[in-house]
Design a protein around this ligand. Structure first.
Ligand code: 3PG
Length: 226
């Protein structure tokens, strides 16, 4: 009993710190890296673009090593793992230096495993039932995924009216235009998106363009949130 309350308190602290960072950064770049050679130039571009965060998705073989490279080289970059579907991926991500885990759906096994390991987890939900499961698991921040196809901001506003303390990180279909309305909503902690780190820009080595687009995104956050 005593041990478990210690674990929970520490988990809550770690969660709070990361969630505060998410709120401050405002837009979380969701990254697909096909080649580890792109990890460091991308990390540099994100830092120079004032979006010092990367959700590196476990959709490619390059993800784990890319997390390791970025986390080691850039202590000021908040590097986490996305599209995490198994506890084994949680282990690999954490060992590589990931500071947070994002998963597309609400899998209680993954959530509890992350909580035991004191690694902040933001799982995806789209329904009130899933939100209530997340609340029961002790979470107060969830990803809303895929955001635009699932009803977007109107759905978040309608659904979250019932859950007054919940904060949401919508991801999926968010771009430089619709992000403005999302960020104005007080239910939104941060928005995830890939528009400023698109796969073709990474593959073409267009890191200056990525920095430029990150700066524009960071400016949107600053204009809305100050
Ligand atoms: C994803 O599934 O890759 C993320 O949700 C990002 O979605 P996006 O590419 O629509 O921003």
């Amino acid at each position: 009993m005593k041990l478990s309350s210690t674990i929970w308190n520490r988990t809550e602290r770690e969660m709070n710190e990361i969630m505060k960072e998410f709120q401050k950064i405002g837009i979380i770049p969701v990254v697909v890296l096909n080649d580890t050679k792109d990890a460091l130039p991308l990390g540099k571009a994100l830092l120079e673009g004032n979006l010092p965060c990367a959700e590196v998705t476990f959709r490619t073989d390059a993800a784990e090593e890319s997390i390791r490279l970025m986390a080691e080289a850039y202590p000021d970059l908040l590097v986490g793992a996305g599209t995490v579907l198994t506890t084994e991926q949680v282990d690999r991500a954490v060992a590589a230096g990931a500071k947070f885990i994002v998963s597309p759906g609400l899998n209680p096994k993954i959530v509890q495993y992350c909580q035991e390991k004191n690694i902040p987890i933001c799982p995806g939900v789209v329904t009130p039932g899933e939100i209530e499961k997340a609340l029961e698991l002790g979470l107060d921040v969830v990803k809303f995924f895929p955001a635009e196809p699932s009803g977007g901001l109107p759905m978040i506003k309608a659904m979250c009216a019932a859950y007054t303390k919940l904060k949401v990180m919508p991801t999926g279909g968010i771009n430089e235009k619709n992000v403005v309305e999302y960020l104005k909503c007080d239910k939104i902690l941060a928005c995830g998106g890939s528009w400023m780190v698109k796969g073709d820009m990474i593959a073409n080595g267009e890191f200056d363009k990525i920095t430029h687009m990150c700066k524009e995104a960071a400016e949107i956050v600053k204009n809305i949130r100050g």
